[in-house]
Design a protein around this ligand. Structure first.
Ligand code: F6P
Length: 365
């Protein structure tokens, strides 16, 4: 795979963190240092680092002992975007294009290419940098599992494991107190996390953004279970779930962020309605950031290492403008243009929906 002229490679982690980022940094750096003797320059805090020229040397010592570490040794940011740079001036957010800075910093460090480890927003920005002339390869991360062009992102499996364990724990306390337990999981506009954790824990109801729910159906499921002598129910709700004809619940807006919307709060709404309308005592638990933190599970360690190795190979072969990806059980790659600007949600004919229904789980339809 050796390729003459590839001497210095930049790497950054962008967007919300997820377990396995360090495993990718390690795999990219070790592969390129070992195979090509390349030097690796890390940019701190995602795209902020390449605009503000904040770097970190990634050498053998820097990547030693980080495989199992959560977070990212480089830091990250889910607000920094060189094309829509948000700065606060006199209390106001002012947006400007700082992509020329990014290009200048890239050239200043005499880099031959840039590895971007990020989600859909980071890949869209990476596509923009590629069109400015920066040779880029991408690695898809996120607990939401919603990056186009790959059937799975690293970090997702760990988050699904964490959410499943939490749901299992809610199960026992729900059964002891004869309550409805509602667990709100992350996932943004995609229901993958709720779907996987819900099926894994045998949730009675799963609510996801792709299948808008009907209040009557949801309440009837809980009431009917009670009538049949099942004295508790588990509802796994994605933060992006919404009632038919209704809106997603927005928790806050982060101005200047590529997508300013932050979802959250549907879990409390669901638990409150169930208790009020059925009379069954209900509680809501919002799992939140525990789903993103901590050590990657063994699957994600292997997967992240494999994706990082693939990204290093793409760089070494000069196959810029590509993202490492997972399709039909194999590591492969796709064009960044196919990834940019969209997100992968659960299709109406996804087999897992039928699987869940076949074991009695309802989607509040
Ligand atoms: O994309 C990962 C994610 O954790 C989403 O599931 C969630 O909606 C969002 O990030 C939260 O973002 P922030 O870290 O800005 O609160």
């Amino acid at each position: 795979m050796a390729r003459k002229g590839l001497r210095r490679i930049g790497v950054l982690t962008g967007g919300g963190d997820c377990p396995g980022l360090n495993a990718v940094i390690r795999a990219v750096a070790k592969t390129l240092m070992h195979d090509l003797g390349a030097e690796i320059i890390g940019f701190r805090d995602g795209y902020e680092g390449i605009v503000l020229d904040r770097t970190m040397r990634i050498d053998w010592r820097a990547v030693s002992n980080i495989l199992t570490m959560g977070g990212t040794i480089l830091g990250t940011s889910n607000t920094a975007n060189p094309f829509q740079w948000a700065a606060r001036r006199r209390g106001k957010v002012v947006i400007s294009d700082r992509s020329a800075n990014a290009l200048r910093v890239f050239r200043k460090h005499r880099l031959d290419g840039l590895v971007v480890i990020g989600g859909d927003g980071s890949m869209t920005i990476a596509g923009g940098l590629a069109s400015l002339g920066i040779p880029v390869v991408g690695v898809p991360k996120t607990i939401d599992n919603d990056v186009l062009g790959t059937e799975q992102t690293f970090g997702f499996q760990t988050a699904a494991d964490v959410a499943t364990e939490a749901l299992d724990r809610l199960h026992t306390t729900a059964s002891a107190h004869h309550r409805v337990m509602v667990a709100e999981v992350m996932g943004r506009y995609a229901g993958w996390l709720a779907l996987h954790a819900g099926i894994a824990s045998g949730a009675d109801v799963i609510l996801i953004p792709e299948v808008p729910f009907h209040w009557e159906a949801l309440l009837e499921t809980c009431a009917e279970r009670a009538r049949k002598g099942k004295r508790f129910s588990i509802v796994c709700v994605a933060e992006g779930a919404r009632p038919a004809g209704g809106e997603m619940v927005i928790q806050r807006r982060v101005e200047g962020s590529p997508d300013p919307v932050r979802l959250g709060g549907i879990g409390r709404l669901v638990a409150g309605s169930i208790e009020q309308k059925t009379g069954i005592e209900s509680r809501a638990t919002i799992l939140g950031y525990v789903q993103r933190g901590g050590t990657p599970c063994p699957f994600d360690r292997v997967f992240a290492t494999h994706l990082g190795h693939k990204a290093a190979q793409l760089a070494a072969e000069g196959r810029w403008g590509r993202m490492a990806s997972w399709q039909r059980g194999r590591i492969t790659d796709v064009a960044l243009e196919e990834v940019a600007g969209g997100c992968r949600t659960v299709a109406p004919d996804d087999p897992l929906l039928a699987v869940a229904r076949s074991v009695g789980t309802t989607f509040g339809e």
